[in-house]
Ligand binder design. Structure first.
Ligand SMILES: CC(C)(COP(=O)(O)OP(=O)(O)OC[C@H]1O[C@@H](n2cnc3c(N)ncnc32)[C@H](O)[C@@H]1OP(=O)(O)O)[C@@H](O)C(=O)NCCC(=O)NCCS
Length: 183
């Protein structure tokens, strides 16, 4: 069995969209972010049936344990300030541009720090690049939780992957975006 510090590889993971049969195992998922556990247990499946988000459950193949999940949905960025100017200079005059939003992303406490968060960001990037060949899609967005007392907050986590700050929101979150086209 892998030691607790070893990175987990994508080949060790099975990714399944949430469905009815997963309901009994959802409460086994433990995270210090209680709101993200509540969403998984109470809302993720219901939101999916209502076509408001899709939740991908990440299972460790060797034990069939649920170790992480990510929920995604359609979004749009309203162009303001510097971003508006940036696109205006390129002749793009729309008020908003289409995006894929990471609505929720969470790794179980026991598996933190083993690269699973990174793998999930890579998964969303691949999903977004694939979707951008089928529908108009320019950005990935997320509302990251701030923790002013620590560099260990999700704003810093997302910055590692090239996400930039769009604006600060109330309730301690920061809207962030990543442009799918590198310039
Ligand atoms: C944020 C989160 C997804 C990171 O998952 P993880 O699997 O532990 O991350 P990884 O192991 O892939 O870490 C990648 C790098 O980011 C860093 N990192 C991890 N969590 C971080 C955080 N919260 N803030 C800043 N950096 C972080 C790690 O130190 C690591 O750096 P290293 O490669 O130099 O060691 C995880 O902490 C989590 O689920 N938190 C609770 C829910 C949450 O905040 N979700 C995001 C907002 S909805």
């Amino acid at each position: 069995m892998a030691s607790s510090k070893e990175k987990i590889s994508i080949t060790e993971i099975e990714i399944r969209q949430i469905n009815d049969s997963h309901k009994p195992i959802l409460s086994s998922f433990k995270s210090y972010e209680k709101e993200l556990v509540d969403f998984l247990v109470e809302d993720a499946f219901d939101n999916q049936t209502k076509q408001m988000s899709i939740t991908y459950l990440w299972f460790l193949k060797s034990t069939n344990e649920l170790i992480a999940y990510v929920s995604v949905l359609a979004d749009a960025i309203s162009l303001q300030g510097e971003l508006k100017e940036h696109f205006r200079q390129k002749g793009v005059l729309y008020k908003s541009l289409p995006a894929l939003k990471i609505g929720r992303l969470c790794v179980a406490d026991e598996y933190l720090g083993r690269g699973v968060g990174t793998l999930m960001i890579e998964f969303v990037l691949v999903l977004a690049q694939r979707m951008s060949k089928e529908i108009g899609l320019r950005f990935i967005t997320t509302d990251a939780k701030r923790n002013p007392d620590s560099r260990k907050d999700s704003v810093h986590f997302y910055k590692r992957f090239g996400f930039e700050i769009l604006r600060q929101r109330e309730k301690g979150t920061t809207s962030m975006y990543k442009d799918l086209i590198k310039e």
